[in-house]
Design a protein around this ligand. Structure first.
Ligand code: F6R
Length: 594
């Protein structure tokens, strides 16, 4: 949604603005319609505007601001259009308090009406602006900044990570969170806060994770955390072993293509979780039912989990969209394992569902971001090992989620042949990546399309759904994934002359029937793009366009490999259309609102 950072340097003579600017730039994937900074050197300095970071920086030179501490924000608008006034930091009436916020204040209208009745004048259309006004009101009543923030959050409803500075109480940043992520970084010469670790990897690896309702006070001597009763909380310090380079493009044009290319490594690294997964299974006890809960791409990974667990381990498995969980999950019990799949570990819909599931059932999180809320709230955790993913469209985290799910299902089923087969996946992925040239030329032939269909059966059905999602979210071409057998029940009516239909057709049980579906669409004029085995002669004869994949990639492990050319196809079509694949319109990497 949005991203926040803050930094206080121990050295009074150093300028914080270049560091703040560097850190907030790393969070552009969380929001890219406005950016703003507040720094303090005896006076409050604010620079902010709407536009992408680079555009605003060219205009305002954001790294050139005085002061050794401050806060910064990138915005992804929810309340109020992108505009200079709506950009953060948001201020109180006298411009003494500056606030950055990620989340949504649900009762902002009510609070605003009350404050207006008391004489407050508002300038923006944001939900956030009530926060500096409330802090100002309580500071005017005599509270210090920390306690004014505490009193403020007592009235706020919704999700928030907030950082605030006040010129009436200098040399201090206060911060708090509820249902939005916030981490604190500690280094020898400064203290940091951020929505996500890529922001501060270059500066600090020692991290503390504030819990809901805790107030963090950063000054140049220390970081102190207070609980809701004002007691000091002694927080554990975790060390993040991600490197700053992992959050850089490292010579690639976009994060997305870098991350697509890192997928072999992501799978290899996630396979190291085998022993951890086995010990979770040993500890779980009796499980009669599994229920996956996730959103978007993570939901598609979960669907593959259903096929695996039901066919290999014989465990009845459901997959529920996290946003629908509260309406449908009425039959959970203590023998149900509810598995939360999430890249960010901060998706609001998933977190809400996790709270419900924790009341009745065993819960497991399969999560990429270390220390994120799901990892702290689920009873068991499998950490996928993809490293930071910056591109908004999930790629390497998807194959890492799949890897963890495959290990989990294969170990549950004691299918050690499948566990061994997974070791070959990174090489199969690398072979696909070497053949990128043919995807590039394919993308030039198909970027004209307004609609795409993606068909697959069985294990390849979730791949079709994920391929279609990748296309629509970054290229803005309408892409629809279907179970191939479902086509004749309606969607076939849409197949017309020249419409591209992607067919995912690995060798195996579903091959013959998928081939019939290929014939079905071809005879109605569709342009078929098939993704199948490199020795599939029938396919080469029947499909005008075939992307060949190693014949040894069996139907069961195909989801881990066949998605890669589909990601590449979306990426290159997006470039052909002139869009930025890392920053799709209207989307943000981490969805911390319901
Ligand atoms: C699509 C994408 C989203 C996320 C979804 C869930 O490329 O990234 O569909 O998969 O918002 O996010 P996480 O996995 O962080 O819970």
């Amino acid at each position: 949604m949005c991203g926040i950072v803050g930094c206080i340097l121990k050295d009074d003579d150093k300028k914080v603005a270049p560091i703040l600017f560097d850190c907030i730039s790393k969070l552009e994937y969380r929001g890219y319609d406005s950016i703003g900074l507040a720094t303090y050197d005896g006076n409050m300095h604010i620079k902010k505007d709407k536009g992408k970071i680079e555009e605003v920086n060219n205009k305002l030179d954001l790294a050139d601001m005085p002061g050794n501490y401050g806060i910064a924000h990138v915005r992804w608008a929810t309340h109020g259009d992108p505009s200079k006034l709506n950009a953060h930091p948001q201020l109180d009436e006298e411009n003494t308090i500056a606030v950055v916020h990620n989340g949504i204040i649900e009762n902002n209208s009510e609070i605003k009406a009350n404050l207006i009745a008391e004489g407050h004048i508002f300038k923006s259309d944001t939900d956030t602006e009530v926060i500096p006004h409330l802090i100002q009101k309580y500071m005017d009543e005599g509270l210090d900044l920390e306690h004014a923030l505490r009193k403020t959050i007592d009235i706020l409803q919704g999700a928030y990570a907030i950082a605030a500075v006040s010129s009436n109480e200098p040399d201090k940043i206060v911060a708090t969170r509820k249902d939005s992520p916030l981490i604190i970084g500690i280094s020898d010469d400064a203290y940091y806060l951020a929505s996500d670790s890529p922001a501060i990897l270059k500066y600090a690896n020692d991290i503390i994770y504030p819990e809901k309702g805790e107030i963090v006070i950063l000054d140049k001597n220390d970081v102190v955390v207070h609980d809701e009763f004002d007691n000091i909380v002694h927080k554990e310090i975790d060390t993040i072993n991600w490197t700053p380079e992992m959050a850089e493009k490292e010579g690639y044009d976009h994060f997305m293509i870098k991350e697509i290319n890192e997928q072999g490594t992501a799978v290899r690294n996630t396979l190291t979780q085998k022993d951890n997964i086995q010990s979770i299974i040993d500890d779980l006890g009796h499980v009669s039912r599994i229920c996956f809960v996730a959103c978007g791409t993570s939901y598609h990974a979960s669907l593959t989990g259903k096929y695996l667990l039901e066919s290999l381990a014989g465990i009845s498995t459901d997959v529920i969209l996290a946003s629908e969980f509260k309406y449908s999950a009425k039959t959970l019990d203590e023998n149900t394992l509810v598995v939360f799949i999430s890249q960010s570990g901060e998706t609001a819909d998933s977190l809400k569902a996790l709270d419900i599931a924790n009341e009745t059932s065993k819960t497991l999180g399969i999560v990429n971001v270390v220390g994120s809320s799901i990892t702290r709230r689920a009873q068991y955790v499998i950490q996928t090992q993809a490293g930071p993913e910056i591109g908004v469209a999930a790629t390497k985290t998807y194959v890492s989620q799949l890897t963890a799910i495959y290990l989990f299902a294969a170990l549950m089923a004691k299918n050690y042949d499948l566990v061994d087969e997974l070791d070959k996946v990174p090489d199969y992925i690398d072979e696909v990546l070497e053949n990128v040239g043919s995807i590039k030329s394919m993308s030039k032939r198909y970027n004209y399309a307004k609609d795409f269909f993606y068909l697959g059966r069985g294990y390849s059905y979730p791949t079709a759904l994920e391929g279609a999602l990748k296309l629509k979210e970054i290229s803005y071409i309408h892409g629809e994934g279907y179970a191939a057998g479902e086509l004749k029940h309606g969607p076939l009516a849409l197949i017309d002359e020249g419409i591209p239909v992607v067919i995912v057709i690995p060798p195996g049980d579903s091959h013959r029937k998928t081939m019939s579906n290929l014939e079905e669409v071809k005879s109605r004029g569709a342009r078929v793009l098939a993704f199948g085995a490199d020795d599939d002669e029938e396919l080469f004869n029947k499909a005008p366009e075939v992307f060949p994949i190693n014949r040894n990639v069996s139907e069961i492990i195909a989801p881990l490999v066949y998605i890669v050319p589909l990601q590449l196809l979306s990426y290159y079509i997006t470039l052909e259309k002139g869009f930025d694949p890392d920053k799709p319109r209207n989307l943000a990497k981490c969805v911390t609102v319901e």
